[in-house]
Design a protein around this ligand. Structure first.
Ligand code: ATP
Ligand code: MG
Length: 571
């Protein structure tokens, strides 16, 4: 008994904590949580999810995972049919599942509650808390006032309850054009909080809805739909980002006026922003629709689908969100921190293999013309359980073009005329000369001689050979396409002007290498499989274009933080 209590206390201590969990704990202690904690993740299906959403997902679903009996729902905020799509809903569900979370039975939709939401609006009209306003959108804006000046009452503010009910019903029946009338909450046109100046709560939209088709032509606005969908679902804690702090009084106004028992509590936290990328769907939509990236799942995009295609793991994204934490701080987190989580997750169990991205031919002059052999290579240097593989070797090999310098500085420990280098797992080779194109004089390959007594790469006499390079057999290596990804934007804080966003894209954010060569075992990779290419970084077989006949690999991340180093180096 004591033991289980201790175990429970220990589990609680090990639970991540943050100010939101502390607020929930306090509410539980104060008896404000009637049954169990209920949270929700409410994306608008107008685009793909991004890493910012991942933070919200980890927060909301993490609470459901850690509190006894708690649940987190996935609820689509589908109140704007002009921008929302079914395929976005499907992708969002796939992304949340991929991240490792589940919402139990079925996804919910604000549109599931359209009938109830309409009834709530009718109740607000009946109690004198809402009215149909027939000003146009421009006029409504003009009457709203400013931060320093109060707004002006709409001339329709004093319409009778009967007239309001009649008009609202006719709005619903499709008798009016878009913009002819709206339903507004009757609050206070002089409120210092602009959100309380008789906000619009229903508007007319004549666009078919992805879920309800043509059943409706009046749609609730965000604040109204959010507060009451939360209430209908029994949400206890409605977690949202800081920009909704000023909307909280409106959220609470709806719940009070409609006398919702055990009303949900809204708590705001800081958005996640990342350096060198943009995070709003408006910006991301622009990149996609303008054709500036290869779709929502372009591996340079900060979308969950893009990161998946780039080879990031769900565990790495969860780890990153955990490390970033939940605070009231909106600042941008360095992209390098995300990469650190990705590397840390891949280090322990990703198989090693050799690939040459920019090949240079090496001919080993003292190796038999038609000879060949295999070298045994471990799949992971620290984990024998991952086994070994056989890497073919012959007289002609490829090495990385920049592992050779004809006229190197002293500290260059790779190939240069007269220098001895280790071919990883294979043998020691001394560079004896350079092959040139007879017309252009360009270096097209190098020559070398190997030490037949250095099998496995060990010097027979213990002499010191400092450099080790990777290589691929020219005869059995397989041609491959390799795509190198870098920061989507050079600038750490891009996107000041959405119209000029495309001009800010880092021209080196994608480099496609079409003449890379990979060791044969890599050609057997299945799409989505990850490897560490020795000395180069982590790579993933592309989920859409890779096949065993035409291998395509995406670079997930380099082995070290090369970006930071490059930026610090004086130009
Ligand atoms: P965007 O501005 O990118 O379109 P949004 O807030 O309009 O984002 P929604 O689909 O409405 O997108 O968001 C669903 C949930 O995800 C909301 O609760 C929102 O607060 C949260 N969310 C969105 N962006 C971030 C972010 N950058 N960091 C943390 N949470 C976020
Ligand atoms: Mg939104």
């Amino acid at each position: 008994m004591a033991e289980t209590r201790n175990a429970r206390a220990e589990a609680r201590d090990a639970m991540p904590t943050n100010f939101i969990r502390q607020a929930i704990d306090a509410d539980i202690v104060a008896g404000k949580v009637p049954k169990t904690v209920v949270t929700r993740f409410p994306p608008e299906p107008n685009g793909y999810l991004h890493i910012g959403h991942a933070k919200s997902i980890c927060l909301n679903f993490g609470i459901a995972r850690d509190y006894p009996g708690a649940i987190c729902r996935l609820r689509f905020d589908d109140t704007n049919p002009t921008r929302e799509r079914l395929d976005f809903m499907e992708e969002i569900q796939a992304d949340v599942r991929w991240l490792g979370f589940d919402w139990g039975d079925r996804p919910r939709h604000a549109s599931d509650y359209f009938e109830s939401l309409f009834d709530y609006a009718v109740r607000l009209i009946e109690s004198g808390h809402a009215y149909v306003c027939s000003l146009g959108p421009e006029e409504i804006r003009a009457c709203r006032g400013t931060l320093t000046e109060p707004g002006r009452d709409s001339p329709y503010r004093s319409r009778s309850v009967e007239e309001n009910l009649g008009l609202f019903e006719r709005m619903r029946n499709g008798e009016f054009e878009e913009g002819a009338h709206v339903l507004r909450a009757k609050i206070d046109m002089a409120s210092p909080n602009m959100n309380l100046r008789d906000p619009v709560i229903y508007r007319i939209v004549h666009t078919p809805h992805p879920m309800t088709g043509c059943a409706w032509c009046v749609y609730p606005m965000y604040d109204f739909a959010q507060a009451l969908s939360d209430a209908i679902e029994g949400v206890t804690h409605s977690l949202c980002t800081l920009e909704f702090e000023d909307h909280r009084p409106l959220y609470e106004w709806f719940l009070e006026r409609l006398e919702i028992p055990s009303p949900p509590r809204q708590i705001e936290f800081g958005r996640l922003n990342l350096t060198h990328t943009v995070m709003s769907k408006r910006y991301l939509t622009r990149l996609v629709e303008g054709g500036h990236v290869d779709g929502w799942d372009d591996p340079r995009m900060p979308t969950i689908a893009g990161m998946r295609r780039r080879g990031f793991t769900p565990a790495a994204l969860r780890d990153f969100c955990e490390r970033v934490g939940v605070t009231k701080n909106d600042g941008a987190v360095e992209f390098e921190r995300l990469e650190t989580s990705v590397r840390a997750g891949l280090e322990t169990d990703t198989r090693r293999a050799m690939a040459v991205l920019r090949p240079l031919r090496l001919v080993i002059e003292n190796y038999p013309q038609d000879g060949s052999e295999w070298f045994e290579a471990p799949n992971h240097p620290a984990d024998p359980a991952l086994g070994t593989r056989r890497v073919p070797f012959s007289r002609e090999l490829f090495i990385e073009n920049d592992d050779f310098m004809e006229d190197p500085p002293r500290k260059f420990f790779r190939f240069a005329p007269g220098r001895e280098v280790r071919l990883r797992y294979a043998c020691l080779v001394t560079c004896t000369g350079v092959d040139r194109d007879p017309r252009t004089g360009e270096t097209v390959g190098i020559r070398g001689r190997y030490d037949p007594d250095s099998r496995g790469g060990k010097a027979p006499d213990g002499r010191k050979v400092r450099g080790t390079v990777h290589w691929v057999c020219a005869r059995s290596g397989v041609p491959a396409t390799v795509r190198l990804y870098d920061r989507l934007f050079r600038d750490a804080a891009p996107g000041r002007d959405v119209k000029r966003l495309a001009e800010e894209i880092n021209p080196d954010s994608l480099e496609v290498l079409r003449s890379s060569v990979i060791e044969p075992s890599l050609a057997l990779a299945s799409a989505g499989e990850r490897f560490q290419f020795e000395r180069l970084g982590y790579f993933v077989a592309d989920s859409e274009t890779h096949s065993n006949r035409t291998p395509v690999f995406n670079r997930t991340v380099t082995l070290r933080d090369t970006w930071g180093r490059q930026q610090r180096r004086p130009r």
